[in-house]
Ligand binder design. Sequence first.
Ligand SMILES: Cc1cc2nc3c(=O)[nH]c(=O)nc-3n(C[C@H](O)[C@H](O)[C@H](O)COP(=O)(O)OP(=O)(O)OC[C@H]3O[C@@H](n4cnc5c(N)ncnc54)[C@H](O)[C@@H]3O)c2cc1C
Ligand SMILES: *[C@@H]1O[C@H](CO)[C@@H](O)[C@H](O)[C@H]1NC(C)=O
Ligand SMILES: *[C@@H]1O[C@H](CO)[C@@H](O)[C@H](O)[C@H]1NC(C)=O
Ligand SMILES: *[C@@H]1O[C@H](CO)[C@@H](O)[C@H](O)[C@H]1NC(C)=O
Length: 497
Amino acid sequence: MRLLIPHSLLALIVHGAVLAKSDLLESLAGVSGGLIFTYPNQMDYPRASEPFNLRYSYQPAAIAYVNSVEQVSEVVKVGYDLGYNVVARSGGHSYVAAGLGGKDGSIVIDLSNLTYFAMDQPAAVATVASGLRIGQVATHLNEWGRALPHATGAYVGWGGQTAYGGYGFSTRKWGLTLDMVLSARVVLANGTVVTASKDTNPDIFFAIRGAAPSFGIITSMRLQTWQPPSSTTVYQYAWNMDIRTGTAALSAFQNYSLTADIPPALGVEFVLVPGDARGAVTLLLSGTWYGPADELEPVLRPLLAELPTPRSSTFDVGDYLNSVKNLAGGSLDVSGPGAHSTFYVKSLITPQSEPLTVGAMKAFITYIANEGFDTDLGWFLQIGLLGGTDSQINSVASTDTAFPHRDSLFMMQLYAYTKGDVLPYPEHGFTFVDGIVDSFVNNMPDDWDYGAYTNYFDDRLEDSDYRYYKQNLPKLKHLKAKYDPTGVFDFPHAIKP
Ligand SMILES: Cc1cc2nc3c(=O)[nH]c(=O)nc-3n(C[C@H](O)[C@H](O)[C@H](O)COP(=O)(O)OP(=O)(O)OC[C@H]3O[C@@H](n4cnc5c(N)ncnc54)[C@H](O)[C@@H]3O)c2cc1C
Ligand SMILES: *[C@@H]1O[C@H](CO)[C@@H](O)[C@H](O)[C@H]1NC(C)=O
Ligand SMILES: *[C@@H]1O[C@H](CO)[C@@H](O)[C@H](O)[C@H]1NC(C)=O
Ligand SMILES: *[C@@H]1O[C@H](CO)[C@@H](O)[C@H](O)[C@H]1NC(C)=O
C-alpha cells in the first residue's frame, strides 16, 4: 500500500537526492519492451525538451518515447511509485508548455510514436491514437471519405486538442472533437489501464472530455465520424475601420449571432489585426461555409447589410479537404520540424444569456485601436461564434462533459507575439493582453459569468478553476480525489482534489 504523501513534497525530496534520480533512470530502463528515454545532460535532451511557445524553458526529469499502452502504464507506475509528476505529450503544442510538465522535474510521456488509425465500417467509427497530428488524422479520414470537427493547426496533437476540446469552424455543425468520442483507452494515476465510455467508467469518461490532463493519459479513442459536405467555401471579407465604425460592426456581429437564423453549416468569426493608423483597426469577417457555394451570400446578407462595403473579399471553393488544408495554412504535411512562436494568449468565452454591452465593445475597440497600434508586438484577436441557432456545441448539456461552456455565444482567442518570435517576450506583452480582457470585463456587470478555454491555456489566469470548469468544478475535484489523490497528474493549474 502506497503512502499518501503529496507529490509536490515528494518531488522536493526526490530532487535533492542523487540516489532517487538514479532510481528513476533504473526504473525507466526496466520498463518492458526496451523503453527509449532521455534526461538532462543527454545529447538529444535539448531538442526533446523544446517547447512550442519559446518563452518557456522547463527541465523534465525524463522524457519517455513510448511505443505501447503497456509502456505508458509502466512509466506512469514509475512516476506513481517514485513520486514524480507525470504528463502526456501528444503534439507538444500546449501554449504553456504543459506537455513538458509546466514546471521542472516531471516525467514526460511522449506519445508521438502512437500513430494507429483505423476505420470501422459500416458504423464509420474511427480509432485514433493520441500521438497523431491533426494533419495526419484529417488525411486518414479523407481516405475513408469521412470527417471530424477539430482545431485548425496541422501540427497540433490529436491527444492534446481532444483532451480539452477541439474547436473549429465545423464545430457549430458537428460539435467539439471531444463530443465525437465514444470511448477511450485511459491510463490512470496508478498505471491501471481502463476503457471509458458512457457505460463503462462513466465518471472517467466525463472527466477526460474537457479535463483529461488532470485525470489520465488517453492513448487512443474511438470517435463517431461524419460525412463531409461535397462543397466548402473558406471566405474572408476585410475592412479598415475607425473606432465608431468598428464598435458598430462588432455590435452588428453580436446582434446577428443572437438573432439571425444562422445554419450550423456556417463557421464564422470576427478577427481584429493592427490597423494602418492610431485609432483604426483592420477587421476581418472570416470562416468556412459547409454547403453549396451559392448559399453562403444569403446566409451572411443580414450581417453584411449592417457593415460598410468591404475593402476586399476572398472565396476559396473546393471539396471538404480543401477547406481543412486552407485553414491549416495550405498544407497538412507534418513531416517537417514545425514552427515555434513566442507569445501570450488569453481566452474569453461569453455567455449567450449575457451578451457584451455596446459600452464594453466600444471600450475594447478603443483599446486595441490605440494601445494595439502603439505596441511593438504582433497580435490577432479572434472572436468566433460558438453559439447561435442550432449550434451543436450548445446542444450538449453543460454537465455531460467536463467542458462546461454549453450556453456560450463567442469564443475569443487574444494572441500577442514578438515579431520574428524573438526572445524575451516583454513584460508589457502581458499587460497588453490583460488589458484586452479587462476592456470587456471592466465594462460588464460585476457578476458577468464569462469563461475561458483550456486549449488556449493561460497560466496567469486568476480564478482559472472556475473560468475553465464552471459548475463542473466540484464534481471534477471530487473525481480528482478519487482517481488521483496524490496528484501524479499535477501541473500548474491542474485540478486539485
Ligand atoms: C497553431 C495552433 C493552432 C491552434 N488552433 C486551435 C483551434 O483552431 N482550435 C482549438 O481548439 N485549439 C487550437 N489550438 C490549441 C490546441 O488545441 C492546444 O494547444 C492543444 O492542447 C495542443 O495539443 P498537443 O497535443 O499538440 O499539445 P501537448 O503540449 O502535447 O498537450 C497539451 C496538454 O494536453 C495534455 N495531453 C496531451 N496529450 C494527452 C493525452 N493523450 N491524454 C491526456 N492529456 C494529454 C498535455 O499534458 C498538456 O497538458 C491551436 C494551437 C496551435 C499551436
Ligand atoms: C516508433 O515505432 C517504430 C515501429 O512502429 C519503431 O521502429 C521505432 O523505433 C519507434 N521509435 C521510437 C522513438 O521508439
Ligand atoms: C444591436 O442590438 C442592440 C439591442 O437591440 C441595439 O441597442 C444596438 O444598437 C444594435 N446594434 C447595431 C449595430 O445595430
Ligand atoms: C488503481 O486505481 C483505480 C481507480 O481508482 C482502482 O480501481 C484500482 O483498484 C487501482 N489499482 C491498484 C492496483 O491500486
